[in-house]
Ligand binder design. Structure first.
Ligand code: UGA
Length: 436
């Protein structure tokens, strides 16, 4: 049996550790945050992810999964080390590889086994795995043979566990076929197709996949804006397009633009990588430009409707960048809130999971409500920014009852136009005709 260590217990690291232990492996997870490690050893996750708590508890209790803040404890017996640390974007759009470099230094210092396989889960610019290997070799005290496997992650926040167990593919890029075969064996119980390739191509597959999905979203959003002008309905158009298996129906949901910690960061990184390589990434630039614009289409609609927004009161439903997560990084909802405030609007907001994170990020600039009903009460307009089930299924007669005069700006097309027509509500959505 191989001893597996995971360095970095963020979203990707924790989900990877939990899932690998769940298919029978012995896993130690390392992070320097002691408090977080102590909490995880009691079976409690530091963030919200559906299904994670149950699997975490189960595998901590059956002693297949253990958390430590001691690099020595984590690494001295490790044969296989997953790097799952963050690779955030710096202000100049460069990817910050500090945590990657720290992980490499630590692996060199603390591993004792002769042969060690290092598996990179973190999203890293092409060529980074080769640099990681060299950095480990420079620091290596006892380990002689280090082989690298790039195993990029494709899980989504909010459906991460399902994405691991029902993935479309596992990508393993390596400079050593024996190492790739060992990691393939480790992943076999997931029963997911495995594609083996070289290191650089694996690194590129990750960026290319995220950039392609971002492109689909910007494309459908551009079409949505056109649909409004020419009298078509983007929901119908997306279904009709998606029936073509060459196009596929996923990631054709028009809205207020993509957010989160991945698409914005990875498209920027890919742009930079392209430009540095002397290429002209025109499509990527357009994807990002369309996305930035799309964050503000709802506020533009509100301005056109009211004339001036100054002095109005708006309710915001949904703060997370998408449902089933408490993550508000690069969330379109936060951008909309800031734009409303800049236009003199006072805002009251509600989200089933992301209120605490929002308070930490924007503090008392807005008011916080504890229910949808409380959010709507006595407001002039509502912005639906995240399509949580609770929000999507909220009864329309409540809007009529609670708001001064119900005006909905729906960034997620939660309601059908037929349903809306049964109420006295002015309704503006994305890529469909306004109802008023
Ligand atoms: C994304 C990728 O989908 C994962 O495959 C990848 O592993 C992950 O990034 C990563 O690189 O770590 P994630 O950012 O968690 O996952 O969330 P998505 O479900 O992809 O949504 C991203 C954004 O696009 C959200 O703001 C969502 O609302 C928006 N979106 C998504 C749309 O506006 N329309 C769609 O049709 C789909």
């Amino acid at each position: 049996m191989n001893n597996i260590t995971i360095i970095g217990v963020g979203h990707v690291g924790l989900v990877t550790g939990v899932c690998l232990s769940d298919i029978g492996h012995q896993v130690i997870c390392y992070d320097l945050d002691k408090e977080k490690m102590d909490q995880l050893n009691t079976g409690l996750s530091p963030f919200y992810e559906p299904g994670l708590d149950e699997l975490l508890k189960k595998n901590v209790n059956n002693r297949r999964l253990f958390f430590t803040d001691s690099p020595e404890e984590a690494l001295s017996d490790a044969d296989i080390i997953y790097i799952a640390v963050g690779t955030p974007k710096q202000l100049n759009d460069d990817i910050d590889l500090t945590y990657i470099n720290n992980a490499a230094a630590m692996i060199g210092e603390y591993t004792t086994k002769n042969n060690v396989i290092v598996v990179t889960k973190s999203t890293v610019p092409v060529g980074t795995n080769t640099n990681i290997k060299q950095a480990i070799q420079r620091n290596a005290q006892k380990t002689r043979n280090i082989t690298m496997v790039s195993n990029p992650e494709f899980l989504r926040e909010g459906s991460a566990i399902r994405d691991v167990f029902c993935a479309d593919r596992i990508i393993l890029g390596s400079d050593c076929s024996e190492a790739a075969a060992i990691i393939e064996e480790i992943n076999k119980p997931f029963n997911v197709p495995i594609f083996k390739t070289d290191l650089h191509s694996a690194e590129m597959i990750k960026y290319s996949s995220n950039a392609f999905l971002a492109m689909k979203i910007s494309f459908i959003n551009e079409l949505a804006n056109l649909c409004e002008k020419v009298g078509a309905d983007i929901e119908e158009v997306a279904v009709g397009m998606g029936l073509d298996s060459r196009i596929g129906s996923e990631f054709l949901k028009a809205g207020i633009g993509y957010g989160g910690s991945c698409f914005p960061k990875d498209t920027h990184a890919m742009l930079k990588m392209s430009e540095e390589a002397g290429e002209k990434p025109d499509i990527l630039k357009a994807v990002m430009k369309v996305n930035s614009r799309q964050h503000y289409v709802l506020v533009e609609k509100a301005k056109n409707y009211f004339g001036s927004l100054k002095g109005k009161r708006a309710s915001v439903l949904g703060l997370a960048f998408k449902p089933h997560t408490d993550d508000i990084r690069e969330s379109p909802s936060i951008m909309i809130i800031n734009e409303l405030i800049a236009n003199g609007v006072s805002v009251v907001a509600y989200d089933p999971k992301a209120m605490e994170n929002t308070k930490k990020m924007i503090g008392e600039k807005i008011q916080y409500a504890s229910s949808i009903e409380e959010t709507l009460t006595d407001t002039d307009m509502v912005f639906i920014n995240t399509d949580w089930d609770e929000i999507k299924t909220f009864s329309l007669d409540q809007y009529e009852k609670l708001m001064n005069r119900p005006v909905i700006f729906d960034g997620r097309n939660c309601y059908s136009l037929d349903k809306i027509s049964e109420y006295k509500i002015d309704y503006f959505s994305i890529g469909r005709q306004p109802y008023w």
